[in-house]
Design a protein around this ligand. Sequence first.
Ligand SMILES: O=P(O)(O)OC[C@H]1O[C@H](OP(=O)(O)OP(=O)(O)O)[C@H](O)[C@@H]1O
Ligand SMILES: O=c1[nH]c(=O)c2nc[nH]c2[nH]1
Ligand SMILES: [Mg+2]
Length: 174
Amino acid sequence: MAEHPELSAQERAGKAFPVSWDQFHRDCRALTWRLNEVGPFHAVIAITRGGLVPAAIVARELGVRVIDTVCIASYDHNKQGDLNVLKGVSPDTAKLGGGTGKGLLIVDDLVDTGKTGRMVRDLLPDAHFATVYAKPKGRPLVDTFITEVSQDTWIFFPWDTALSFQPPIRDGAA
Ligand SMILES: O=P(O)(O)OC[C@H]1O[C@H](OP(=O)(O)OP(=O)(O)O)[C@H](O)[C@@H]1O
Ligand SMILES: O=c1[nH]c(=O)c2nc[nH]c2[nH]1
Ligand SMILES: [Mg+2]
């Protein structure tokens, strides 16, 4: 970050990894196959907002109906600022996890630097933390994930993107 402070994280990331709804759904289902070997879980906790979509799919596949959120904001569009916990887990969910998160499943779309993951680990140290995608810096914080991408890759999620014209590769398209 210190090398090019004027650039956003997305601009510094040299590679783009666009993910379609279809691929995201399949990756969430693949994640659930792994999580099904680890559970059962009393509740699923989505890290908003990116964790809401995978949490819904994972909870559906695992048959879990207690779903809570931890609301954390760190990136303002694509620049990471200070982490801000807007909402923690509810008292009911905290009780289900015995205060430390045992038997709870935390879901997010990805770990990048690991700052968000570190914060949820500090809040619920015994919870199981799952993400669909992981970059190397954040990977040690995650218990289960599906696909690793390099640190200089920016993942474009389907809820942040729309179909658009692409120039032919021959004409210099990335
Ligand atoms: O490992 P880190 O470097 O902390 O980055 C990962 C976090 O960044 C994104 O969330 P963001 O804060 O952008 O909020 P959003 O989910 O509401 O888009 C993403 O959904 C992860 O939660
Ligand atoms: O859409 C996103 N893609 C990413 O690669 C990323 N890293 C942190 N936050 C992110 N958001
Ligand atoms: Mg997020």
